[in-house]
Design a protein around this ligand. Structure first.
Ligand SMILES: Cc1ncc(COP(=O)(O)O)c(C=O)c1O
Length: 383
């Protein structure tokens, strides 16, 4: 079992987070985007020291955290100024506040299904209207932005585009050329691009990630990126993320109003992650790549009629099960009811996800193998 995805199930079952509490003990949980790792040692030690010191008060060191995030994010294509970084408590807040502070109330906001399921609700929560422009070839080898469709939506009055980059659930890293074209459209139609880049630290070996903000000069004029250490280092419960404001002169997304709810432990952990745990992150990326090789084998063996595209980033695999019509529109339901494996249901990501299921593969080889054996059994009986 490659480190760090080598934690035995008996230890994981002690956890009280959503992944390990949502279902009964006989279910293998491969759904919500938590990872089955122990904390990177630098993070564990930083948090343990804070516990030992009783250092559990309010978050204070905003400038220090902003500096950490700016230096880390500068690896994705441009020298991020510290004062452009706005710490927030999670990516959802960062996205919603960025929308609310840059786009008029009531505006249409383009999003690109199949996509991370809260996007539509997030847009509605800030009083705006989701406008779906599905990815082209979302079920094929070359998922990409439908730039002509986005242009039509902007021409019809939408004022923002919410990207998932790298894209959840397809795992696609959008190309610079697409992003540069999107930036031009945004300039032309006076729209804002909010790029949810939570998966940026987790590109798989050999894949380059560039932030939307680096796609062209225009991208910085129209864009904000939102990211976090939380997916890569399994810190979601600690509440710390950040917005990179591409154009602080234009966008009123500022620290004073937004950084109060950052978790103190989240900030301590983010610094230990983004400064002191980059070797650990390399090991994590290698272990995820190894699990992708394993999925390739498991699909051939247990679900030979399933199709997928190997993701460029992240730890979710988007599996097309339409080759098994007996599994219906929502294969995850039968896998749960009959196979006792919990996946994320494809249709939750939009109607484009019918016949699909999303597998969280940030787990041990043993768990992954057992999950595919169980799924294969259900598919053979139902398919
Ligand atoms: C694209 C995307 N954005 C945001 C989140 C959630 O981020 P947070 O918990 O920081 O709001 C996730 C979680 O999986 C995600 O996949």
């Amino acid at each position: 079992m490659p480190f760090p995805l080598d934690v035995p199930e008996s230890e994981l079952r002690r956890r009280r987070s959503e992944k390990w509490r949502a279902y009964p003990e006989d279910v293998l949980p491969l759904f919500v985007a938590e990872t089955d790792v122990l904390l990177a040692p630098a993070i564990r030690d930083r948090l343990a020291a804070a516990v030992a010191d009783g250092d559990t008060g309010y978050f204070a060191e905003i400038e220090r955290l902003a500096g950490v995030c700016a230096r880390y994010y500068s690896r994705f294509g441009y020298d991020v100024p510290e004062d452009a970084v706005v710490p927030v408590n999670d990516v959802g807040v960062g996205v919603r506040e960025s929308l609310a502070r840059t786009v008029p109330a009531g505006s249409g906001v383009v999003y690109t299904p199949p996509v991370y399921m809260p996007f539509g609700p997030w847009i509605r929560r800030v009083g705006m209207t989701p406008v779906a422009v599905p990815l082209l070839d979302h079920d094929g080898e070359d998922p990409r932005l439908d730039l002509a469709g986005i242009e039509r939506a902007l021409a019809d009055g939408a004022r923002a585009v919410l990207l998932s980059h790298p894209h959840n659930p397809t795992g696609v890293v959008h190309s610079r050329a697409e992003l540069a074209e999107l930036a031009e459209l945004a300039v032309r139609y006076e729209a804002v691009v909010i790029s949810d880049e939570i998966w940026a630290p987790l590109t798989l070996p050999g894949v380059e990630f560039s932030s939307f903000l680096t796609a062209s000069d225009a991208a910085c004029e129209v864009g904000l990126a939102v990211s976090s250490a939380s997916k890569a280092f399994n810190l979601a419960g600690l509440k710390c993320a950040f917005v990179v404001n591409g154009n602080p002169e234009r966008f009123e997304v500022r620290r004073s109003a937004l950084s109060g709810a950052v978790g103190h432990f989240g900030a301590l952990a983010a610094e230990a992650a983004l400064v002191d745990s980059l070797d650990w992150l390399e090991q994590m990326r290698a272990a995820l790549a190894s699990n992708l090789d394993l999925i390739e084998k498991l699909l051939t063996e247990h679900l030979p009629l399933a199709r997928w595209r190997r993701p460029d980033a992240g730890f979710v695999a988007w599996i097309d099960l339409r080759g098994y019509p007996g599994l219906g529109n929502n294969p995850a339901k039968l896998f749960l009811d009959e196979g006792r494996v919990a996946l994320s249901p494809g249709p939750a990501f939009g109607s484009e996800g019918e016949g699909f299921a999303r597998v969280n593969f940030a787990c041990s080889e043993e768990l992954l193998t057992e999950a595919f054996v169980r799924m294969g059994r259900v598919a053979a009986e139902r398919g």
